[in-house]
Design a protein. Structure first.
Length: 311
C-alpha cells in the first residue's frame, strides 16, 4: 500500500503542475503562490484540528526560515512551469536529491582543504566516490534537457527550474531538522502555507498588481482551487506512504517511487500541451531520474527516518 500511496501522490503533484500551467495564463507566479498558500491554510487548519494537532510551536524561527526558502523554491518552480514544457520544469524541481548529494560532496571536499591551525593528522571524511558520480550524472542530465530549450529563449526559465530544485534541497534539510525536534508534519506544512500566502501577497503588490482580482474572471479562478487542494492532498499521500513503510527496503521503494511524478508530467506534457521532447530531452530526463534514485539510496543511509519531501 505504501507504494500505491506514493504513486498516487506523485500523480497528484503532476496534476497540480497541469493546473499551475493553465492558470499561469491569467495569474503571475506570485499570485499563484499567494492563492496556493491561502487555500492551503484553510485545508491544513481543518486537517490539524481533525487530528488533534495544535498549531502553536516552540520553533518559530526555524519555521520562518523553512517557509522563506520553501517559498523561493515554489515561486521559481511555478515560473518554470509557466515558461517551459511541464516535463522539463517538473524534472528540474525533482533535482533536490541530487543537490543534497552535491552538498555532501562539497562538505567532504572542504574537509580536505588545508586550513591554517587545523590539525593535519585529524581523520578526514571519505571523498564519497559514488556520490560524486551521482552528482555528475545528474548535472549531465540537466545539460541534455536544457540544450534544446535554451535556443527557444527559455534559458532564464531553466535557471529558475534549477533554483527551485536547489532551494527545495535547503527546505528539505530544514524539514528534517524540524522532524527530529518532534514537529508534526501538519504543523510544518501549515506554517509553509502561511509563509506562501504572506510572501505571495507581498510579491503580488510589489510587482505592481495592486488589484490582482480585477484582471481575471471566476472561470479563471476555478483553476486556483485545485492548485491548493491538490498540493495538500499530494503531500498527505506522500506522508502516508512514508508512514506505512515499516522496513528500510520499503522506505527506499517509497522514496524512489516519487520520481514517477516525472513520468506522469511527461505524459501530460506531450498529450495535453503538445510539447515535443526530443531524444536528448528523454535521455536527460532518464539520467536525472537515475541519479535522483541513486542519491536517494545513498541519502537514506545517513537519514534512515527522513520525512517526505515536498513539491
Amino acid at each position: 500500500m505504501q507504494a500505491l500511496w506514493m504513486v498516487l501522490g506523485a500523480l497528484i503533484f503532476a496534476t497540480m503542475g497541469v493546473c499551475v500551467k493553465i492558470a499561469s495564463a491569467w495569474f503571475s507566479s506570485a499570485e499563484l503562490v499567494l492563492y496556493r498558500g491561502l487555500i492551503g491554510i484553510v485545508f491544513l487548519w481543518v486537517l490539524a484540528r481533525s487530528r488533534g494537532v495544535t498549531l502553536a510551536t516552540r520553533y518559530p524561527g526555524m519555521h520562518a526560515w523553512r517557509s522563506l526558502i520553501g517559498v523561493v523554491s515554489l515561486g521559481a518552480w511555478f515560473f518554470a512551469i509557466a515558461h517551459m514544457p511541464l516535463a522539463t520544469a517538473m524534472t528540474l524541481n525533482y533535482m533536490s536529491s541530487v543537490w543534497i548529494a552535491a552538498f555532501l560532496v562539497g562538505g567532504a571536499l572542504l574537509a580536505w582543504v588545508p586550513v591554517p591551525g587545523r590539525d593535519g593528522s585529524a581523520p578526514r571524511p571519505p571523498l564519497q566516490g559514488p556520490l560524486v558520480l551521482t552528482v555528475l550524472a545528474g548535472f549531465g542530465g540537466v545539460v541534455l534537457m536544457l540544450k534544446p530549450t535554451v535556443g527557444d529563449n527559455q534559458g532564464f526559465a531553466g535557471l529558475m527550474g534549477l533554483l527551485s530544485g536547489l532551494t527545495a534541497a535547503f527546505a528539505y534539510m530544514q524539514v528534517v531538522a524540524l522532524s527530529r525536534l518532534g514537529e508534526p508534519e501538519a504543523r510544518t506544512v501549515f506554517y509553509f502555507a502561511v509563509g506562501s500566502a504572506v510572501a505571495g501577497g507581498l510579491g503580488t503588490f510589489l510587482l505592481g498588481e495592486a488589484t490582482p482580482w480585477s484582471s481575471w474572471t471566476w472561470s479563471h479562478a476555478l483553476w486556483l482551487l485545485p492548485v491548493g487542494v491538490l498540493a495538500a492532498l499530494g503531500q498527505l499521500c506522500m506522508t502516508r506512504a512514508y508512514a506505512s513503510a515499516k522496513t528500510e527496503s520499503g522506505t527506499l521503494l517509497v522514496a524512489n517511487l516519487q520520481y514517477s511524478g516525472i513520468v506522469f508530467a511527461a505524459m501530460y506534457s506531450v498529450l495535453l500541451f503538445g510539447d515535443h521532447i526530443d531524444a536528448a530531452g528523454w535521455a536527460g530526463m532518464a539520467l536525472i531520474v537515475a541519479s535522483g534514485i541513486a542519491a536517494t539510496v545513498l541519502r537514506q543511509r545517513s537519514l534512515p527516518k527522513a520525512p517526505a519531501e515536498e513539491h
